[in-house]
Design a protein around this ligand. Sequence first.
Ligand code: PLP
Length: 397
Amino acid sequence: MMDITRIQKDMPLLEHYIYLNTAAASAMPQPVVDVMTSYLQKQASIGPYLPSFRQETYEQVEHIREKSALFIGAKKEEIAFVPNGSMGINYIAGGFQWQQGDEVIVLDTEMLSNYVPWLALERQGVRLKVLPTDTEYMVDLQELEQLITPQTRLIAFAHMSNAAGALQPAQEICQLAQKHHVHTLINANQTVGLTPIDVRKLGCDFLVACGRKWLRGPEGSGILYVRQALLPTITPIMIGWGSTTWHYQQNDYSFSATAKRFEPGCPVIPSILGLGAAIDYANQIGIDHIYQRVQQLTKYLIKQLETIPGLVLYGPQNIANRLSITPFTIEGVSPEELTNYLAAHGVIIEAGTFMANTIMERNAIQQMARFSPHYFNTCEEIERAVSSIKKFIKGAR
Ligand SMILES: Cc1ncc(COP(=O)(O)O)c(C=O)c1O
């Protein structure tokens, strides 16, 4: 059983707000904030480079690398710290050994960060192919198989879309890719910390995730997983002391054999420490419990939203295909005005295109509003949010 009272005690923001926007960035639990502030405080009093302190800090960073690896079923050597998901995607897009005519497949539900880096490769002769998802926003494996050709090198897909909330069958996609000797990159920005993830079971080659969303870590934290055997094949797009050995006498250099090859300079230490504390926090609750609770909250949220007249729900209709992220519009209501009204009444959700413009186009809308509850939310909070929406509509109509 999850101790919600204790979990909520770790969230000072709850004194003022109901927070239902983890898909953008979550609220950090107090222990995550404490780890970072105590590091910064110590730095302020003894400086960052007292030898014993610096050594202890770097040891902690390596310990957190191991912890991050364990959290997704990887090896420590396969994990690089990155400041956000986009950077992880760029390391793969920019470092892969592309050849003229190679193909990359993405889904038609991607947000900018998992579309434009591949589009940019077209200038190098790489072809970007977009797989239309089905009416449920899900990948149809047969359609995907038909899109694969001998030139296909990579399938890069969001495990869960930030604007449709469709949870893709990642393992099946990776299996299909393997059958055709195609590599896979899972953009797990919307799932690490929300669903159990095991890169070996999934069978992916690359995985990226930021720490600030479902893991409830700080901004500026994230991980890039690269399967060990592929590490030498990805040439880092940046070079610096953290990732490289300088063979000064030969006027040459070499990259680290581990994923540290993607960490050119000084690590973003406060964020990495916060990420470590966030993983500890998630582990204490248990990722299975987190997943199950969010499944229940999603069901409850949808039931509640369905009581709002004129509400249109986007994303999969089959609840089994969706998790947390619940986009909607209400006839005659501006999503932005609604969101501002809710914020003024203590409820945080978000409105926008979510930089997933294809989803707006598919539904012929300019914007949508989006709920994204996490395990710390409650049915009562959802009821209060929905009742605020009803009040707003009454005033607006
Ligand atoms: C599905 C998805 N992919 C990629 C990104 C970009 O991630 P980041 O801001 O960590 O670079 C986001 C962030 O909102 C996202 O939701």
